[in-house]
Ligand binder design. Structure first.
Ligand SMILES: NC(=O)c1ccc[n+]([C@@H]2O[C@H](COP(=O)([O-])OP(=O)(O)OC[C@H]3O[C@@H](n4cnc5c(N)ncnc54)[C@H](O)[C@@H]3O)[C@@H](O)[C@H]2O)c1
Ligand SMILES: [Zn+2]
Length: 363
């Protein structure tokens, strides 16, 4: 097991630990012992509960009693109704500012449970125990918490950091291959925007959930990369924009697929988005062709899609791109790679360039 730490920019006193690796769950009792909590909740969802609740209870031992609150699996948990049901559960069980909430599940569970804990009585302590690769390397780090509202993803949210994060890579072995790869996509992104060293490891060999040694090393690296951005700016001003690489196209592709009822996971949309944006960077002469080719090969090597499986209307795509949160004055602001490990922010591209890049991933 390795220990990373996250120091959010708003204050060094808010530094928290991230236990990473095979068996990291065993570190939980030590984290709990740091404060005297009167009550502890376990917020989880049915799939994950069946797989790991027993193991978690074993690790905590008989001295710790948990109130278990269950919410639906996946994206359907991120609603106002589920949020209310969690507030109700905290309230019924007399949770207060000396209580703790443990969140066992993927990124969706982490978002809804984190939002509930961050807002109940203006915020109670919570620990994220992410069980998907995407949640370990991305969603559980940085304290961003959101629910979906009015048909839009992550429309209402708060930023509040956890007390700690426990990312046990052994929990990833039960993930479906698609869900596992979806998380690898965010790791490739971290490499492209921040670290050629991280990228090189991913372009060399497909990550495999049974290779715990490689997984522990690379998940740790990826968490440290995300933490470096959170340390620079947690409120998503300038530097934090780099985390949106691949996501300007990616979010638009995700919405197009959703509207057409075509199953496309977030990480899959991001992998195609990374390629489309690398193409865009290449067309502008910002990124050398050989770097573009390495990005495409790396996505392929990790078994992620490089092309969309459907056709779409270009006006619809532009409509979606213009809704991106980074835009200003109705202009799409791109975060584009200029080499492996570095980006240029706030790039403005012509409609022709954007069309050409999107056509490239449409084969
Ligand atoms: N807060 C943030 O900064 C942030 C960042 C990125 C993504 N997100 C959010 O994260 C969510 C996506 O997260 P996700 O990809 O983890 O999806 P998810 O939470 O929906 O989980 C995917 C599926 O995997 C199952 N599952 C979870 N752990 C498992 C395990 N160990 N073994 C077998 N099955 C398991 C779940 O039941 C679910 O069906 C989105 O809602 C997204 O908005 C948040
Ligand atoms: Zn993402």
């Amino acid at each position: 097991m390795k220990l990373a730490s996250v120091t959010p920019a708003e204050g060094k006193d808010r530094t928290y630990s991230v236990a990473v690796g095979n068996g990291a769950l065993e570190y939980l009792p030590e984290l709990l012992a740091k404060k005297k909590y009167t009550k502890i909740a376990l917020v989880t969802e049915p799939t994950v509960r069946k797989l790991f609740a027993h193991e978690l209870a074993r690790v905590l031992g008989t001295g710790v009693s948990l109130e278990v609150f269950e919410v639906p699996s996946g994206e359907s948990a991120k609603t106002v109704e589920v949020l209310q049901s969690l507030w109700r559960s905290y309230s019924d069980m007399r949770f207060d500012r000396s209580s703790l909430s443990l969140h066992l599940g993927g990124g969706a569970l982490g978002d809804i449970a984190g939002f509930a804990a961050a807002t109940f009585q203006r915020g109670i302590d919570y620990i994220q125990i992410p069980t998907t690769l995407l949640a370990q390397v991305d969603a559980s780090i940085g304290g961003k918490l959101a629910i979906n509202f009015g048909g839009a993803k992550n429309q209402v949210g708060v930023v509040r950091q956890p007390q700690a994060v426990v990312a046990d890579t052994a929990l990833l072995s039960s993930l479906s291959l698609r869900d596992f790869r979806s998380g690898v996509s965010e790791m490739i992104k971290h490499g492209i925007i921040l670290s050629s060293h991280h990228f090189e490891a991913l372009e060399e060999k497909a990550l495999d959930s049974s290779d715990q040694e490689a997984l522990e090393r690379l998940v740790f690296e990826s968490i440290e990369l995300k933490a470096s951005v959170v340390a620079a700016d947690p409120e998503e001003a300038d530097l934090r924009k780099v985390l949106n690489a691949g996501h300007t196209f990616g979010h638009a592709f995700e919405s197009l697929a959703f509207d057409m009822n075509i199953p496309l996971l977030h990480g899959e949309a991001v992998s195609i988005g990374l390629i489309a944006e690398a193409k865009l960077a290449c067309l502008r002469g910002l990124l050398p062709v050989e770097c573009f080719e390495r990005i495409e090969k790396c996505v392929e090597r990790q078994g992620l899609p490089t092309r969309l499986s459907f056709e779409f209307d270009l006006d619809k795509l532009f409509d979606l791109l213009l809704r991106d949160k980074k835009n200003r004055n109705n202009q799409i602001r791109w975060v584009l790679p200029k080499k492996i490990g570095d980006t240029e922010r706030d790039v403005i591209c012509s409609r022709e360039e954007i069309e050409a890049a999107s056509r490239y991933v449409c084969k």
